[in-house]
Ligand binder design. Sequence first.
Ligand code: ZN
Length: 153
Amino acid sequence: MDAEFRELYQEIILEHSKSPRNFRRMEDATHKLEGRNPLCGDQYTIYLKIENGIIADISFEGSGCAISKASASVMTSVLKGKSIAEAKKLFEQFHDIVTGVKTTGDDTDISRKIAAFSGVAEYPVRIKCATLAWHAMRNSIEGVTNSVTTEEK
Ligand code: ZN
């Protein structure tokens, strides 16, 4: 990745961690799941309102490092209005990016937001920060109701 892109991506992460989107509790959520990353101290609750297979609303609350917070924020902004199937596909896409399997996706707004986390692949300890909210979301739509942690697999 060249320096210019790297800077742009860092800006996206910084911006989302400073002013996270959809950072609120949701009282009428149909799905809710807490995710914890004890290695870093990241802890978030992901709220989803799923109607007819569509993510009508998604939000989160909690605390943690800049990467984990920015990741949760980006996730909520890209998943709102998506179907369950699309959400699972985006989970795979995001996972591939942060683990370095793929460096970029297609040139869409969503792909660019997700690609902001590609630098994380160089820091293995940060991968759990970046994927925490996504794992919680995925487990939640699959019906898991107990909290998930990065340290149980
Ligand atoms: Zn973290």
